[in-house]
Ligand binder design. Structure first.
Ligand SMILES: C[S@@+](CC[C@H](N)C(=O)[O-])C[C@H]1O[C@@H](n2cnc3c(N)ncnc32)[C@H](O)[C@@H]1O
Length: 323
């Protein structure tokens, strides 16, 4: 195992043995659905930086894979939608984390009459070499793990997720991102990297890693402030602003003209007719918003019409629209 992965192992072994409430806090509320109660210990071991649980991904009891289980909170939330024996597979490389989450699931049984620990199958394994069959998963998720990986390992981790997903399956993620370039001292600080503070990519780089792996559709669902690295406390001359994003990468075939990346852009036609048809599959009804991917936004923009408005990216895409 490379040195930074060993450091990561030790950081999360410690976080399993002694829960660290502030480790990866974010502005997300801990949501509970009707009949779903999250044990306090799971909330204290919420080491993610957003949510990967989106109800619209979770119809028809999807077979779910969760890599990097932490305290198990999101696996419990996924199990709420699945409710079948081994319906959610959880993989972690840290023995102590697997043990801690196992205990947390037993506690979750006492709070949630519908929940059985057997809904979650915990397995020891590495994100870089998943012990999971090809094309067997509907929804795969990871929260605040991929940002820790260096480039070659990140490529492997994404390729593994792609391999195990069924066609049209989705990889749902939350990770820190940073639009500034961090210096090498920060980048190579293994502990900061393990703590999800110095490994992040820009959104553009992050999306490219996903599309390079073959994911034909990308949805950026949320973008939020996350952390500051300031010169007084970290090895940096400038203030570094880190955000967190929620992203879904869908194993759709790659379109011939490149991936569909939804960053929350919307097109609105406001001309003299009832609608505008670009004859490429996009019909804009008069003064109705239509969510479009960045590729389509660019194509509509390049028509230079004075009756089509294209919004900026909101980084809040929530389904609908067309590519
Ligand atoms: C930042 S924590 C996130 C935990 C959880 N996803 C959450 O949102 O609370 C990272 C998790 O990934 C696990 N982990 C670290 N490196 C891993 C690897 N190479 N393969 C699998 N799991 C790993 C850690 O043990 C830990 O549970």
């Amino acid at each position: 195992m490379s040195s930074y992965l060993e450091t990561t192992y030790n950081v999360y072994k410690e976080a399993a043995l002694t829960p660290d409430v502030g480790l990866c806090c974010t502005t997300n509320p801990i949501w509970e659905l009707p009949g779903l109660k999250i044990p306090k210990i799971m909330q204290e071991m919420n080491y993610g930086c957003g949510s990967t649980v989106h109800a619209r991904d979770l119809t028809n009891n999807p077979k779910t894979l969760y890599v990097g289980v932490g305290g198990g909170m999101e696996l419990l939330q996924f199990a709420y939608f699945n409710r079948q024996k081994n319906g959610v597979v959880g993989i972690d490389m840290v023995n102590e984390m697997l043990e801690a989450s196992r205990k947390n699931f037993i506690e979750a049984e006492t709070l949630n009459p519908w929940f059985k620990s057997e809904f979650v199958e915990l397995k020891k394994g590495n994100a870089l070499n998943l012990p999971v069959e090809d094309n067997s998963i509907d929804v795969a998720a990871q929260n605040c793990l991929f940002n820790i990986f260096k480039t070659e390992d990140l490529k492997k981790a994404i390729a593994e997720m792609y391999r195990v997903l069924k066609p049209h399956g989705r990889l749902v993620m939350s990770d820190p991102t940073c639009e500034q370039s961090m210096n090498e001292t920060l980048r190579n600080d293994e502990r900061l990297r393990a703590l999800c503070l110095s490994g992040s990519l820009s959104i553009k780089e992050y999306v490219k890693m996903l599309t390079d792996a073959g994911f034909g559709t990308i949805e950026i669902r949320a973008r939020k402030p996350y952390r500051i690295l300031d010169p007084k406390h970290y090895a940096t001359d400038e203030l570094i602003y880190i955000e967190s994003i929620e992203v879904a990468a869908i194993k759709d075939p790659m379109p011939a003209d490149g991936p569909c990346v939804f960053t929350g852009k919307t097109a609105i036609y406001f001309g003299e007719n009832d609608y505008f048809d670009d004859n490429k599959g996009h019909v804009l009804l008069n003064n109705q918003p239509l969510a479009v991917c960045d590729k389509t936004a660019n194509a509509l923009g390049s028509l230079n019409r004075d009756d089509i408005f294209i919004s900026e990216s909101t980084y809040h895409y929530d389904g609908g629209g067309c590519c």
